[in-house]
Design a protein around this ligand. Structure first.
Ligand SMILES: Cc1cc2nc3c(=O)[nH]c(=O)nc-3n(C[C@H](O)[C@H](O)[C@H](O)COP(=O)(O)O)c2cc1C
Length: 375
């Protein structure tokens, strides 16, 4: 019998599919609808204590390609394929006091579904580190099952917030420690993909005591110019600032980040995010070693909370387990991490004649150990 349930950071999930922190998880009504639709868990839109004021006009747009590939544009039109979401939306503009009673009500209505509160504070001062603790205590007292620290929002002016924390291993460690000092529930940390080597920030974050790492948030990106107006397709008074790219376009990039993480931390808990709309994409994260996956863009475009997406994910996983019943696979644990070892240095990839290639170095260079090809 296929069993979709899974254990992640000590929490039992009905299935490993979560709504990511984004508009689908921005309200009580959305989250209740998401559970009804079958999502195993929901990560709330990020909750903070600092003032939040979004830009004028649209906060998210969707980049689509004509089927013949001739045009990429955010203009809404028929016969196109979704490439990506682009957003410059800040964290929740609702204050903590608005969230707390709603988190309580959600947990009361659905005690067995997993509710994760995404939170964000600054990291530059003791007062800001204390703000992390205020947020942690408030959401855990409201009954959430876990907390996800947002070290990854790509559009922050403050140098001590969002992805600016995720780019600084010391801030990653210190902020995680501050939360862990008061947390009674598992602490996940969502790191930015916008660094040279995510393993460095992940190492610091785990040293700070994190129970899991989630990756990826959106990748820094700009909208395209409209050739008719010579303005960005999204702008306010002609101006734009760097936003975040999500959806299908980031799937390969997110997988590359996740491959680094799962190889560096094969025994740690990792939650995969980026470009998932069906089970095949989720499977890529599971084969690398992820224990849960999260979805934002695809859910936004499917009745705001993704009822068809979660139906496809659970159906896809059930069918996958049934197809592999002869291997005695009955749950995620049976295939999780199965292909983790398949990402290797370039020199270990087969050549027409392996003996001719030595990692780009001259044959038998002095002091250089010739690579052995693993097969
Ligand atoms: C409009 C929008 C708002 C988002 N807001 C948040 C947020 O408040 N906190 C957060 O951690 N991630 C936020 N994200 C990032 C998503 O949770 C997710 O990491 C990213 O979109 C990649 O997943 P996807 O390819 O399924 O969209 C947001 C994404 C979008 C599109």
């Amino acid at each position: 019998m296929a069993d979709l349930s899974t254990l992640f950071t000590g929490i039992r999930f009905e299935n490993p599919f979560l709504l990511a922190s984004a508009p689908p998880a921005e309200s009580e009504s959305n989250i209740l609808r998401a559970y009804e639709a079958g999502w195993g868990g929901v990560v709330t839109k990020t909750i903070g204590l600092h003032p939040v004021m979004n830009v004028r006009g649209p906060k998210t747009k969707f980049l689509r390609a004509d089927h013949d590939g001739s045009r990429l544009s955010m203009a809404k039109r028929p016969d196109t394929t979704l490439m990506a979401s682009w957003n410059w939306e800040l964290i929740s503009d609702k204050p903590l006091d608005w969230w707390v009673p709603r988190l309580e009500a959600i947990k009361k209505a659905w005690p067995n579904r997993v509710l994760v509160a995404s939170i964000m504070a600054g990291s530059g001062t003791d007062k800001e580190l204390h703000n992390w603790q205020i947020l942690t205590q408030a959401v855990q007292d409201a009954g959430v099952d876990a907390i996800e620290l947002n070290f990854s929002c790509p559009h922050m002016d403050r140098v001590d917030m969002g992805s600016n924390v995720g780019k600084d291993p010391v801030l990653c460690s210190v902020s995680t420690q501050a939360v862990k000092a008061v947390a009674r529930v598992p602490v996940w940390v969502k790191l930015t993909p916008a660094t040279a080597d995510i393993v460095e920030e992940a190492t610091a974050t785990f040293l700070g005591g994190a129970d899991a790492i989630s990756s990826s948030n959106t990748f820094p990106a700009l909208p395209l110019f409209d050739p008719a107006t010579l303005d960005f397709e999204v702008n306010v008074d002609g101006y734009v600032s760097s936003g975040g790219l999500g959806g299908p376009a980031i799937l390969p990039q997110s997988l590359a980040k996740m491959a680094q993480l799962t190889q560096a931390f094969p025994d740690r808990e990792l939650s995969g995010i980026g470009g998932i709309s069906g089970f095949d994409q989720a499977l890529s994260y599971f084969l690398l070693g992820c224990g849960t996956v999260q979805v934002a863009t695809a859910a936004m475009l499917d009745h705001a909370i993704g009822p068809n997406v979660i139906a496809a994910l659970t159906r896809g996983m059930t069918e996958f387990l049934e197809r592999n019943a002869d291997r005695d696979w009955t749950s995620l644990a049976d295939f999780r991490g199965l292909r983790r070892g398949r990402v290797v240095p370039h020199s270990q990839i087969g050549r027409p004649d392996d003996s001719d290639y030595h990692g780009g170095y001259e044959d038998e260079a002095e002091g250089y150990a010739v690579e052995v090809t693993a097969r």
